[in-house]
Design a protein around this ligand. Structure first.
Ligand code: GAR
Length: 202
């Protein structure tokens, strides 16, 4: 299957997907960033993957930005859109256009801690476990049906940085696994609320 990967920053998840692409039957058609300084762009270029940067400042609305995003993506005949540290909220138009084809990875055990600064929020809430969720994207931020989650323990000595490192390690394993389910045709979003794996509700 062909995918486009959207990023905003370091791109360590992008790197893990690139490293696993053959094994998980994924062809990465291009990588798109909303941040021209994203290190992930360099990672993609090093692997000879086509890249695009769309600078938000050049658009006068979120919708105009997403229309440009759609325009680029639709030139690539893709099956899947992978959000890998993409830190922009997608407009409803974008989500409807690719409904059931957008995956996101989020660094918390959703529905706990949607949004930003999830590791600090977990520490502040004295959580004993924290983790990562992969979900289908629907119009509500970080609320689409959860496909898979993995947890890590939170130690008293953990800081937001150490927790982020622990969670990233498991992100790099769980995301290729879920993407593989998708490329094998095992994963479906059947309505706004329900994800299925092998025909069974997750
Ligand atoms: C990852 O922890 C990812 O889960 C998170 O951003 C980080 C990106 O790291 N995504 C979100 O917070 C989306 N709401 P990376 O650029 O090294 O892959």
């Amino acid at each position: 299957m062909k995918a486009v990967i959207l990023i905003s920053g370091n791109g360590s998840n992008l790197q893990s997907i690139i490293d696993n692409a053959d094994r998980i039957d994924l062809q990465i058609s291009c990588v798109i960033s909303n941040n021209k300084n994203a290190f992930g762009i360099e990672r993609a270029k090093s692997s000879k993957i086509k890249t695009f940067t769309i600078e938000p400042e050049l658009f006068n609305s979120k919708m105009a930005f997403d229309e440009e995003l759609i325009h680029i993506i639709d030139q690539h005949d893709i099956d899947l859109i992978i959000l890998a540290g993409y830190m922009r909220i997608l407009t409803p138009i974008f989500v409807s256009h690719y409904f059931g084809k957008i995956l996101n990875i989020h660094p918390s055990l959703l529905p706990k801690f949607p949004g930003l600064n999830t590791h600090q929020k977990a520490i502040d809430a004295s959580e004993k476990t924290h983790g990562v969720s992969v979900h289908f994207v629907t119009k509500e931020l970080d609320c689409g049906p959860i496909i898979s989650q993995e947890s890590v323990s939170v130690e008293n000595s953990d800081t937001a940085e150490t927790l982020s490192d622990k969670v990233l390690k498991i992100e790099h394993v769980i995301y290729p696994k879920v993407i593989h389910w998708y490329t094998q045709g095992r994963l479906t979003l059947i309505d706004n609320l329900t994800a299925t794996l092998d025909g069974k509700v997750i």
